[in-house]
Design a protein around this ligand. Structure first.
Ligand code: PNS
Length: 156
């Protein structure tokens, strides 16, 4: 039986760190659905549609990856889509605290869903979408933090 996981996030924008986590997840799962969801605490740089288009471009040569936009709770989307695994990347202790709290809440509400934490490879630990947004907003070049086959200007 094929194993499918949802890799949810706000992906504003999708970075090299996200790519590294997705690549690691693809060694465990047969298919990865990358879900652009809503983090109500975060201000948007790219529209959700552009975030999705950017991720589609990153994985244009990888048929095991699909990209979706969803609204509402991540667990509800999983139930609608029949997905029972969530993938989340962890860079550091701050990520761990946040992810553990989210995992515990999700497990209370959706006991059939298992969250699989994937450690971010060391070289990508300093990379974050927040940093990339700041660089871009202030007119800098964030190219070193972004997947190499995309030009962020095409998505702003
Ligand atoms: O990349 P992010 O911003 O850390 O992603 C967070 C995201 C979008 C995955 C998370 O905020 C989320 O799942 N949002 C949808 C609402 C939800 O399900 N919240 C968690 C309840 S336990």
């Amino acid at each position: 039986m094929e194993r499918t996981a949802l890799f949810p996030g706000s992906f504003d924008p999708f970075t090299l760190g996200h790519l590294a986590v997705a690549t690691r997840a693809l060694t465990v799962f047969d298919r990865l659905v990358i879900g652009v969801g809503e983090n109500t605490d975060k201000r948007g740089l790219l529209t959700p549609e552009r975030r999705k288009d950017l991720i589609l471009k990153v994985f244009e040569a990888e048929p095991r990856v699909t990209v979706v936009l969803y609204e509402g709770l991540t667990g509800d989307y999983c139930r609608r889509a029949g997905i029972r695994h969530l993938v989340r990347g962890i860079r550091n202790v701050a990520d761990f605290e946040y992810e553990h709290a989210m995992e515990m809440a999700n497990t209370q509400i959706y006991p059939e869903i298992t969250t699989v934490a994937v450690f971010t490879p060391a070289e990508y630990i300093p990379v974050s979408s927040r940093l990339v947004r700041e660089i871009i907003t202030m007119g800098g070049d964030a190219g070193n933090f972004l997947p190499h086959n995309i030009n962020i200007k095409n998505y702003l």
